[in-house]
Structure formats: structure tokens, C-alpha cells
Design a protein around this ligand. Structure first.
Ligand code: NDP
Length: 454
């Protein structure tokens, strides 16, 4: 490395720390704009989403949801033979798919001539990083895309608990699972384990699940999951976990009888993974949650260092990180400066049944707008009706009274995320309730409820 490199004497034009969704997209696009790019990754290429998040989680959702589907098969004329579930088989097939995707990500880097360092990198100056092996490298621009890491709440015995990082490699399917938290990860895994036949208890510090989602939908999910057998302990976070001689865990939650579990999963949020990253060496002060503060163009307090994705703690979602990484690369290396529009980002909880939403919830709309109209469709999907399944779907449209604009669409029911993605286009485009009403129903479907609410 040169001591004081000039503009053209840097080792690379761009050095990316972290090969997750944001980092890989930024690397690939910057390289396509002609930049000399390197990326350092201390673990596996692909990041949280691919390696230990969205992708393997969704496969477990598919795997576990067969239980519900299979239960209904007789009604549809099928007689099935002896059925067994093999956790080890599902776990290993999922792990194999993660390996496949990691290879695809590695190939993307290689095909775009992005140099990959399979080791940790820290920042030692505005234009310099140091690899774990001791090598120092200079770069005109550094991009921090190291993501976030599960928070492990502090209570005695928390070392006996697992996080979402470890949940994909459990040696056996636990009989009893205790989950701390009632957010995305807690609810998704509560439903996965419940469907697979485990006894699941969700313990949360507050009296609600999925803060931020529409209240009516959250209530519906609570009712359905309770009917499916999930136990809840509200206002009752874990106070201690003790490992007993037989290996079982004795769990004490606030104001409740102690209970026993084979596995305790803590899912209480994810914190930017900035510890020991060395950003102070470039004059960057971290935020209160360890996040890297950036402006709309993803620039930090140091003009040569940028950050995208979960490490900035703006919106912790994969598609957002990817767009931020892409916009960064276009802005800095493609002569096409642009920023991300964070309004109306659709999101989903892959619970069983799933929930999805875009735009304002009824509560948010009432806070921000003077006159709101709300339409709901509370219906029993045709398939549930036929299979004698009492579970009902609930869709909700939140409308601005004076302009008729659709401010929010919220749904719980089978395939809600698949349906919501299309509805999100309508919300983003600023369409009105009259536009929804003018659209012919597609019959018979669940989605037709969206255009039949009167
Ligand atoms: P969430 O922020 O979704 O939920 C955190 C949960 O933990 C809440 O129930 C919260 O309680 C509780 N909690 C927070 N802090 C503490 C604490 N110190 N002690 C006890 N309980 C606590 O976090 P997750 O870990 O579930 O997920 C992290 C992020 O990952 C999500 O915010 C999301 O952005 C992303 N993600 C997205 C998914 C998707 O898009 N489908 C799936 C999985 C993750 P309360 O709020 O009730 O007070």
C-alpha cells in the first residue's frame, strides 16, 4: 500500500466490507461501471438473507406448512399412506440450497472481476482497510455493508439460548420451544415449529405481537395461532434460563410459573454489526444503536466512506439494501446520482397464515390525515370453507377521504405476500379506491376481495 496514495495509486477504486445483499449488488454494479473492486467477507458470501435469514427461513416455512395442507387432503379425495416428518432431511436440503446460492453469489463476483477476500476487514483510515491477515489495502472509496447481528438480551443463562443464526442447524427437532420476542423472527419461527408439531411458547416484554402492523390483522394472527396451539406470555419476558442435569432448560419469565424447554430462541431485534470495525479511525461516530449514520446518498461523515443496508439501521429489509447498494454504485461510479424512495415499502411476515402490508396502517393514517375511510373484507377462503377449516382472512384498505387515494393495503390470509406485491404497485402509483372498484374481479380468487370492498 502506498503511504499517501494519489487519486490513481489506490489499490482499488472501491473496497466493500461485507458481501451480503447490499455489498454484492454494489460491487457488481460498480465493477460494471468500470471500477476496480474488492470485497472482504469474514463469513459466507450472501449475507444474512441468503445464508441465515430470508431464504432458508422461507424454505422452512414451505416445509412446515405442508402439515396444514396434508391435513386437508382427505377432503380433496386423497388417501395418503404413512406420513412422517424428518427434520434432519429438511434441514440438510435447505443447507444444500444455501450452498448452491452461495456458489452463485461467488460466481457473480468472479464474473464481474470483483476480487474476494475471505477474511475480516477493518477501517484504518479514510482510504485504508486492514485485513485479518495483516495486509493493508488502499481504496478511493470504502463501502461499509456489514449488516446487523441478533441482539442477545441480558439475563442469567442467556448463553443457553440460540438466535436465528443457530436455528437452521438444530441437531434434532425440539419438543418444546420457548421464544423470546414477538416480532418478525419470533412469529415466523413460532409458526414453523408449531406446524412441525413442537409445543411453542412466545414470551414478549409487551402485550402485543408485531408492533407496527395493523392492529386488526395482528389480532387475527394472534387468534389463529392460539387456536393452532401456540401459547403466549405477554408482559412476561425471560428473566433467567437454567440448564438442568437432563439437558432441558428451565425458563423463568416475569410473573409466571417457570416452564421447561428444549430450545430457547431469542429474537429481540438485530443491531448493526459495527463493533471493532474501526470507523472511528476515519472520524465516523456511530449512532445510539451502533449504526453508521449516512445521508440520503449513503455518505458517512467521512466523504470517502459510504454505508448501505442493515448497518445503517434505516429499513432492515433485503430489497432495500439491494437498492441502496445499486444506487450507491450508480451514483459514485456510474455518473447517475440517485437516492432511494423509502415511501410505501411493502413488507410481509411469513407467519402461518402470512401477513403483508404496504403504506399507512389505519392508526398511522388517522394520525396524519383528517378524514379517513376504512374498508375491510373479512372472509373465509373457499379452500378453507371446503376443507372445514375455520380460519378467516382479513383484508383492509385505508383511504384518504377527500382525495379517495389508497393510503394502505393490509392483509392476512393464504398467499397474502404474493397478492400484496401487486397491490403495492397501486399504492405506490397513488391509485384511488375508485380505481380499485373499476377493476374487474378475478374469480374465484382470494385477491378479488381487494376490488370488491364496498
Ligand atoms: P423485531 O424488531 O421485529 O421484534 C423484536 C421483538 O423483541 C419485539 O417483540 C420486541 O418487543 C422484543 N424486544 C425488543 N427488545 C427487547 C428486549 N431488550 N428484551 C425483550 N424483548 C425485546 O426484531 P426481530 O429480531 O424479529 O427481527 C429483526 C429485523 O429483521 C426486523 O425488524 C426486520 O426488519 C427483519 N426481518 C424481516 C423479516 C421479513 O421481512 N419477513 C423476517 C425476519 C426479520 P415489543 O416490540 O413488543 O416491545
Amino acid at each position: 500500500m502506498s503511504e499517501t496514495p494519489g487519486q490513481d495509486t489506490y489499490d482499488y477504486d472501491l473496497f466493500v466490507i461485507g458481501a451480503g445483499s447490499g455489498g454484492v449488488r454494489a460491487s457488481r454494479i460498480a465493477a460494471s461501471h468500470g471500477a476496480r473492486v474488492a470485497v472482504a467477507e469474514e463469513y459466507r458470501v450472501g449475507g444474512t438473507c441468503v445464508i441465515r435469514g430470508c431464504v432458508p427461513k422461507k424454505l422452512l416455512v414451505y416445509g412446515s406448512s405442508f402439515a396444514h395442507e396434508l391435513r386437508d387432503t382427505a377432503r380433496f379425495g386423497w388417501t395418503l399412506g404413512d406420513m412422517r416428518f424428518d427434520w434432519g432431511a429438511l434441514r440438510d436440503f435447505v443447507a444444500g440450497d444455501v450452498d448452491r446460492l452461495e456458489r452463485a453469489y461467488l460466481a457473480t463476483l468472479e464474473n464481474n472481476k470483483v476480487e474476494h477476500f475471505a477474511e475480516r476487514a477493518t477501517v484504518i483510515g479514510p482510504h485504508a482497510v486492514k485485513l485479518a491477515s495483516g495486509r493493508e489495502i488502499s481504496a478511493k472509496v470504502i463501502l461499509v455493508a456489514v449488516g446487523a447481528w441478533p441482539v442477545r438480551p441480558a439475563f442469567p443463562g442467556n448463553e443457553h439460548c440460540i438466535t436465528s443464526n443457530e436455528v437452521f442447524s438444530l441437531p434434532t427437532l425440539p419438543e418444546r420451544v420457548m421464544i423470546q420476542g414477538a416480532g418478525y423472527i419470533a412469529m415466523e419461527f413460532a409458526c414453523i415449529f408449531n406446524a412441525l408439531g413442537c409445543h411453542v411458547t412466545v414470551a414478549n416484554r409487551s402485550d402485543q405481537i408485531l408492533r407496527g402492523y395493523d392492529e386488526a390483522l395482528r389480532d387475527r394472527l394472534l387468534q389463529i395461532t392460539m387456536a393452532r396451539g401456540i401459547d403466549y406470555r405477554f408482559n412476561s419476558p425471560i428473566e433467567s434460563v437454567e440448564k438442568q442435569a437432563d439437558g432441558k432448560l428451565r425458563v423463568v419469565t416475569r410473573d409466571r410459573e417457570p416452564c421447561h424447554a428444549d430450545v430457547v430462541l431469542v429474537a429481540t431485534g438485530r443491531r448493526p454489526k459495527t463493533d471493532g470495525l474501526g470507523l472511528e479511525n476515519a472520524g465516523i461516530t456511530l449512532g445510539a444503536h451502533g449504526e453508521v449514520p449516512v445521508d440520503a446518498s449513503n455518505v458517512t461523515a467521512c466523504p470517502s466512506i459510504y454505508a448501505v443496508g442493515d448497518v445503517t439501521d434505516r429499513v432492515q429489509l433485503t430489497p432495500v439494501a439491494i437498492r441502496e447498494g445499486h444506487a450507491f454504485a450508480d451514483t459514485v461510479f456510474g455518473g447517475n446520482p440517485r437516492t432511494i424512495d423509502y415511501a410505501d415499502i411493502p413488507s410481509a411476515v411469513f407467519s402461518q397464515p402470512p401477513m403483508a402490508g404496504v403504506g399507512l396502517t389505519e392508526r398511522q393514517a388517522r394520525e396524519q390525515f383528517r378524514e379517513i375511510r376504512v374498508f375491510t373484507a373479512d372472509f373465509r377462503p373457499m379452500k378453507n370453507m371446503f376443507a372445514d377449516d375455520a380460519e378467516r382472512g382479513l383484508y383492509k384498505l385505508v383511504i384518504d377521504g377527500p382525495t379517495d387515494r389508497v393510503l394502505g393495503v393490509h392483509m392476512i390470509g393464504p398467499e397474502a405476500p404474493e397478492i400484496l406485491q401487486a397491490a403495492a404497485i397501486a399504492v405506490k402509483a397513488g391509485l384511488t379506491k375508485a380505481d380499485f372498484d373499476a377493476t374487474m374481479a378475478l374469480h374465484p380468487s382470494m385477491a378479488e376481495e381487494l376490488v370488491l370492498m364496498r
